[in-house]
Design a protein. Structure first.
Length: 236
């Protein structure tokens, strides 16, 4: 697939509205989560086909553990299903899986599925598919500060060497391109603890459609809107 506009190198998506989409149809929230998982395949393929370098997807936040146990279990089941069903095709299409977040808190089966996907695709050179699971930007920054402070305390790092580049190297997104765009579905207009440090100069686009309604065509349309933005990075 070719597009006639400049595409961002790194796109983040807050995939919001699965539960509300299902409830509007009189169905359980898990029905919406399954629809959201099915929608994911088209978006990932489109991102890969048009040459986006990195796609970071907010799949499960550190705050999502507060949801009802049954919903969490359903989400974990869908996660396992996604990796089991899609990993072969993702690997064949040269997609590299990365995990943003903490592996602690997951069951052994989920943790193994994440690690297996990362290991199997680690040498791929195409789209970097970064799945944020048990992710929170505040926790990410806190962990980075602790790691840096530890090195300073042990005299392996001079405090005057701490700069933005060094801080970035302690984040989950190290070695990824700078974040160009965050889009969020379902009409909500907030970052919800997603890539807050990385989003300093990212463009933000909020669409009213829920994630299950976010078609490949709408994805392209949103990317086109991004290409029409005048990014000045604080300059003129």
């Amino acid at each position: 697939m070719k597009v006639d506009f400049e595409i961002p190198k790194h796109v983040g998506i807050i995939m919001d509205g699965n539960g509300r989409w299902a409830q509007r149809q009189g169905k359980a929230r898990v029905f919406g989560h399954r629809a959201g998982m099915n929608r994911l395949k088209g978006i990932v393929k489109t991102a890969s086909d048009i040459g986006i370098s990195a796609l970071s997807l907010y799949a499960f936040s550190t705050e999502n553990w507060r949801r009802p146990k049954a919903e969490i279990e359903a989400l974990m089941g869908l996660l396992l299903e996604y990796f089991n069903k899609e990993i072969d095709e993702l690997h064949e299409n040269n997609v590299k899986i990365r995990h943003l977040g903490e592996l602690s808190g997951f069951s052994d089966s989920v943790r193994k599925a994440i690690i297996n996907a990362i290991e199997r695709t680690k040498n791929n050179t195409g789209l970097q598919l970064c799945i944020a699971l048990n992710y929170g930007s505040r926790l990410e920054i806190t962990n980075a500060v602790k790691a840096i402070a530890k090195e300073v305390k042990e005299n392996s790092l001079d405090i005057d060497d701490i700069d933005e580049k060094l801080i970035s190297s302690y984040l989950y997104t190290k070695d990824l391109p700078e974040l160009d765009l965050i889009m969020r579905t379902s009409g909500e207009q907030r970052l919800s603890n997603f890539l807050m440090y990385q989003a300093a100069y990212a463009e933000l686009i909020f669409v009213k459609e829920t994630w299950p309604e976010f078609s490949d065509e709408l994805f392209i349309q949103t990317l086109r809107e991004y290409s029409e933005r005048n990014r000045r990075f604080g300059g003129l």
